[in-house]
Design a protein around this ligand. Structure first.
Ligand code: NAD
Length: 293
C-alpha cells in the first residue's frame, strides 16, 4: 500500500512557517503582507475560492482586501480597477479570480496585471521566467506539487515523469518545472494530452505520473508500474445522491486500486488542493519580502 502525500498536514506546516515569519517582520515594526482579490460576479465556486483565500490570509496574519465587481462590468472598467491595484504601494500582490464573464477577454486581463504583483504567476513574464529558470512567481498548483515532492524527499533526478494534461495553469508549467535543473527537477518529462497516442505506453514506464485532466478515476492500476509516485491534481464533482451535498469530489486517479501498486500517492481531497492554497500565501510572502527590504 502506498504512502500518502498528505497535503493537509504539509500545508498546515507551511502556513505555520509563514505565520512565524510574518510575526517576526511585524514585531520589527513592519506592516503586514497584503493580498487583494478581484471577484467579478456571483459564481458560487469562485465566491468560495475567494472566501478561502481570505481565510488563509487571516490565519497567517496577512492583511487581505476584496474588490467585488458586478457581472456586468465592462472590460475597460475592469482594466481600470487593475491599474489602480498595479500601483497601490500598500499591496504586495493581487489575484483576479477566474473564470471571468464571457464578454471579458481573460488574456487581456492577465496581460494587464503588474508582473511584480502577479502572485498567481499567470502573467507571461512570470511564465517566461519560470521556463528560463529565473526568479519569479510560480503558478500555485505546480508550485505546491514541487514543494510537496521536496518536503517528502521524493527523488526526481533522472526519473521518467509523465504529466497528463497540458493546461496553462497546471500541466504545461508542471512539465517545465520537473525538467528544470535542481531538486525537485532534473527529470525526463513527457507531456501528454488528449491527442497522445498510446498514453499507457508512457504511463506504464513512468517513475512519477502527474494527472491533471479532470476525468474522474481515469488512471487505473494497470496503467502504472509497481512503485510509481502518483500525484493527482484532478478535482471533479460527481453527482451522488447518497451524499449530503449531493456530490463527491473525485480525482483523476482510481485511488484504491492505484494506491495498492504505487509507492506514494496524493489523496483527493487532501492532496494537491491544500498545497495550492498555501502557495498563494508563499508567493505573497515572497513579494512582501522583496518590497520591504
Ligand atoms: P483543463 O481542464 O484546462 O485541461 C484538461 C487537459 O487534459 C487538456 O490539456 C487535455 O488535453 C487533457 N486531457 C483531457 N482528456 C484527456 C485524455 N483522455 N487523455 C489525455 N489527456 C486528456 O485542465 P486543468 O485546468 O489543469 O484542470 C485539470 C483538473 O485539475 C480539473 O479536474 C481541475 O478541477 C483540477 N485542478 C485542480 C487544482 C488543485 O488545486 N488541486 C488546480 C487546478 C485544476
Amino acid at each position: 500500500m502506498a504512502n500518502i502525500l498528505d497535503g493537509i498536514k504539509l500545508s498546515k506546516q507551511i502556513k505555520q512557517e509563514i505565520k512565524e515569519e510574518v510575526s517576526k517582520f511585524v514585531e520589527k515594526g513592519n506592516r503586514a503582507p497584503h493580498l487583494s482579490a478581484i471577484l467579478v460576479g456571483e459564481n458560487g465556486a469562485s465566491v468560495t475560492y475567494v472566501d478561502n483565500k481570505i481565510k488563509d490570509c487571516q490565519a497567517v496574519g496577512f492583511r487581505s482586501s476584496l474588490v467585488r465587481l458586478p457581472e456586468t462590468i465592462s472590460e475597460e472598467e475592469l482594466l481600470n480597477e487593475i491599474s489602480k491595484l498595479n500601483i497601490d504601494d500598500s499591496l504586495d500582490g493581487f489575484i483576479v479570480q477566474l473564470p471571468l464573464p464571457k464578454h471579458i477577454d481573460q488574456e487581456k486581463i492577465i496581460m494587464a496585471i503588474n508582473p511584480d504583483k502577479d502572485v498567481d504567476g499567470f502573467h507571461p513574464e512570470n511564465f517566461g521566467k519560470m521556463a528560463l529558470e529565473m526568479d519569479g512567481f510560480l503558478p500555485a498548483t505546480p508550485y505546491g506539487i514541487m514543494v510537496m515532492l521536496e518536503r517528502y524527499n521524493i527523488s526526481t533526478e533522472g526519473k521518467d515523469v509523465v504529466v497528463i494534461g497540458r493546461s496553462r495553469i497546471v500541466g504545461k508549467p508542471m512539465s517545465i518545472l520537473m525538467s528544470r535543473k535542481g531538486n525537485p527537477g532534473d527529470s525526463t518529462v513527457t507531456l501528454t494530452h488528449s491527442k497522445t497516442k498510446d498514453l499507457v505506453e508512457y504511463t506504464k514506464k513512468a517513475d512519477i505520473v502527474i494527472t491533471a485532466l479532470g476525468v474522474p478515476h481515469f488512471l487505473k492500476a494497470e496503467m502504472i508500474k509497481d512503485g510509481a509516485v502518483i500525484v493527482d491534481v484532478g478535482i471533479t464533482r460527481v453527482d451522488d445522491s447518497t451524499k449530503e451535498r449531493g456530490f463527491y469530489l473525485a480525482g483523476d486517479v482510481d485511488f484504491s486500486e492505484v494506491a495498492a501498486k504505487a509507492s506514494w500517492i496524493t489523496p483527493v481531497p487532501g492532496g494537491v488542493g491544500p498545497m495550492t492554497r498555501a502557495m498563494l500565501l508563499k508567493n505573497t510572502m515572497q513579494s512582501y519580502t522583496n518590497n520591504i527590504q
